[in-house]
Design a protein around this ligand. Structure first.
Ligand SMILES: Nc1ncnc2c1ncn2[C@@H]1O[C@H](COP(=O)(O)OP(=O)(O)OP(=O)(O)O)[C@@H](O)[C@H]1O
Ligand SMILES: [Mg+2]
Length: 376
């Protein structure tokens, strides 16, 4: 290219770059983790001056996970092609767009998203999943808290390695969350001796939940994950009716009976207008700790079929892996113990899909909590 032609080309891209609407540059492109139109979960902004065109992709969930670098460089090539230039600079930043508006989060402080992890059936791995998803999100750069809403059978304290810890209050009114593995953690187990809550019923449980959720001095958080007890009882109703929940994740194992229960739980949240962010299938297949081979112990695909028939996203699966149980029992979460391992990678993918579907929610369509008591 001659000097004059090069200057003309440079002028052309400057004109296009300055006048082009950045939103339309994303037309027809989908995001990596939720597969939704990219413009729903990100904003593209021009950045830098001079040199070649530079953009910043302000993503409403943390950038990262397997395949991220390749995806980002493909996006940069697509933008360059659309602008008819040879290359663009593109960087991505995490810019959360809260699903909880200030009026909803009275008492919660500066918490952008509150996500409940539920299953109608007990023992399917909710607490294990909650804690490791929280760590995966924190590992991606998010500020994360976890609340143990299982008042009758709290287990997050053990997972966090805080079995003997107690919560304190600076002013005698509000509670300080505890810290473990970079997460903020609160549980009724930090307030009362073991087993005390077992005899509690209705109003006491509701009060205890509101206290640990709303009277805790949460620092600014991008995600607060709430580990629910099994079933569809007072705690679920309180959460859905009195507190603005951004969305819920339904955990199930693959067998038909577990899926039937999960469907019941899913319907309850739908009825209460809490967005279902997706179904997560736990213990799908057994992963041999010696050879890594996976066997379908409880069948497969029940969670996937449930998601499909309910019209909600399928977030993915985790295998039954003894390493996960051992690590959890010892308060050494697998996401931190073996960050390069396959379980940690799966938790990262699951966390990113969850965060992406959360980011894709239309904030205007989020319903306020339903205050009146309904028949269920
Ligand atoms: N994918 C997995 N592979 C192996 N063990 C697992 C897996 N998921 C969970 N577990 C183990 O299963 C047991 C039950 O898990 P967890 O306590 O997380 O379930 P839960 O759904 O929270 O139970 P509850 O309904 O009682 O609250 C724990 O011992 C946990 O370590
Ligand atoms: Mg549990």
């Amino acid at each position: 290219m001659t000097g004059r032609a090069a200057a003309a080309a440079a002028n052309l891209w400057v004109t296009i770059f300055v006048t082009a609407d950045t939103t339309s540059l994303l037309d027809g492109l989908n995001d990596l983790w939720a597969g939704v139109p990219l413009a729903r979960v990100a904003e593209l902004r021009r950045s830098g001056t001079g040199g070649r065109p530079s953009f910043c992709l302000a993503l409403h969930y943390p950038p990262g996970g397997d395949g991220w670098e390749v995806w980002l460089s493909t996006l940069a090539s697509t933008l360059a092609r659309r602008l008819a230039v040879s290359a663009v600079d593109l960087e991505a930043v995490f810019e959360p767009r809260p699903t909880l508006v200030p009026a909803d989060r009275a008492g919660l402080g500066d918490v952008a998203h509150l996500v409940a992890i539920s299953s109608a059936k007990g023992g399917v791995g909710k607490s294990t999943v909650t804690y490791n998803l929280a760590l995966a999100l924190a590992g991606l750069g998010a500020r994360v808290g976890v609340l143990d809403a299982d008042i009758y059978g709290p287990s997050l304290a053990r997972l966090a390695g805080l079995a003997e810890a107690r919560a304190h209050s600076r002013d005698g009114r509000r509670l300080e969350p505890l810290e473990a593995h970079g997460l903020r953690v609160m549980s009724v187990a930090f307030l009362i001796p073991d087993d005390t809550a077992v005899a509690w019923r209705g109003p006491m449980v509701t009060q205890a939940l509101q206290q640990i959720l709303l009277q805790t001095d949460w620092p600014p958080l991008d995600y607060l994950l709430v580990d629910l007890p099994p079933g569809t009882g007072d705690i679920h109703l309180t959460l859905a009716q009195r507190i603005a929940v951004s969305g819920v994740v339904v955990v199930t194992t693959p067998q038909e009976l577990a899926v039937l229960d999960a469907r019941r739980g899913l319907r309850l949240f739908e009825k209460m207008r809490v967005p279902v962010l997706g179904v997560l299938e736990n213990m799908r297949g057994y992963r041999c700790p010696h050879c890594g081979h996976e066997e379908e112990l409880f069948g497969q695909g029940g969670g996937e079929a449930l998601a499909r028939s309910s019209g909600v996203p399928y977030l993915g699966a985790l295998p039954l892996d003894p390493a996960l149980r051992v690590a959890s029992d010892e308060g050494r979460p697998v996401v931190l113990e073996d960050p390069e391992g396959s379980l940690a990678a799966r938790f990262r993918s699951l966390a990113l899909r969850l965060a992406a579907h959360l980011a894709a929610l239309d904030p205007d369509s989020l319903a306020p909590p339903v205050i009146e008591t309904e028949e269920h």
